[in-house]
Design a protein around this ligand. Structure first.
Ligand code: 13P
Length: 251
């Protein structure tokens, strides 16, 4: 049976772009990125959230790449869920591996941020994934379960309609080493079964689990054929017109 889960493709622009660069990306998106069967969300740097929201087609969602666990206060350099909503954006990426491993964010902080973002009315792309040494030691499942459990502990079952899980193995991010469709499918399937037990069967069958890590126009079609891969979170290739082909991977 075909999945009822709407295919979801996110473009994580990371720390890239100038106004001119953003204009170029928005240009190819606005020309050719409408597919009623695919939910598309782009995530510019916080500086360009407002600008992107104003310029990109309204059918395309806009996400922040991070936000803090409280609404306001003495937290120099951070952004809040309220501000993201105030400029018309409705999504935030939390727990990205670069936040975890470059900026040292803990599972608990990511759980708290997820809780606050959802309470504030944002939808969350929650990222999980193992490092290379963890995979090689056979700890992939344990790491993904631990990271997801920290989110489960902070939210309600009813929140899951506003979450997309992004499985992004750290060894595949920006390395050109994509997980094979079989490797990604195995993790997604295992995680979905685990969610049925830890949250509920209905959440497990309805939550979208997307894959990220060196997704390209060339490999997206094969990855997208797998039954538990409900879309992608794309880094490098989301800065290029290849992104459109990735959005259309299942077309
Ligand atoms: O981290 C990613 C998306 O969030 C993936 O990045 P790349 O597609 O550049 O590997």
């Amino acid at each position: 049976m075909a999945s009822q889960r709407k295919f979801f493709v996110g473009g994580n622009w990371k720390l890239n772009g100038t106004k001119k660069g953003v204009d170029g990306i928005i240009d190819f998106i606005n020309k050719d990125c409408v597919d009623p069967n695919v939910e598309v969300v782009v995530a510019p740097s916080a500086i360009y959230l407002d600008y992107t929201r104003q310029k990109v087609n309204t059918s395309v969602g806009v996400a922040a790449q991070n936000c803090y666990k409280v609404g306001s206060g003495a937290f120099t350099g951070d952004n809040s869920a309220e501000m993201i909503k105030d400029v018309g954006c409705e999504w935030v990426i939390l727990g990205h591996s670069e936040r975890r491993h470059v900026f040292g964010e803990s599972d608990q902080l990511i759980g708290e941020k997820t809780q606050f973002a959802l309470k504030s009315g944002l939808k969350v792309i929650a990222c999980i994934g193992e490092k290379l040494d963890e995979r090689e030691a056979g700890h992939t499942e344990a790491v993904c379960f631990r990271q997801t459990q920290a989110i489960i502990d902070c939210i309600q079952e009813s929140d899951w309609g506003n979450i997309v899980i992004a499985y992004e193995p750290v060894w595949a991010i920006g390395t050109g080493k994509t997980a094979s469709p079989e490797q990604a499918q195995e993790v997604h399937d295992t995680l979905r079964k685990w969610l049925a037990d830890k949250v509920s069967p209905s959440v497990a069958s309805s939550v979208r689990i997307i894959y990220g890590g060196s997704v390209t126009a060339a490999n997206a079609k094969d990855l997208g054929k797998k039954p538990d891969i409900d879309g992608f979170l794309v880094g490098g290739a989301s800065l290029k017109p290849d992104f459109i082909q990735i959005v259309k991977a299942r077309a």
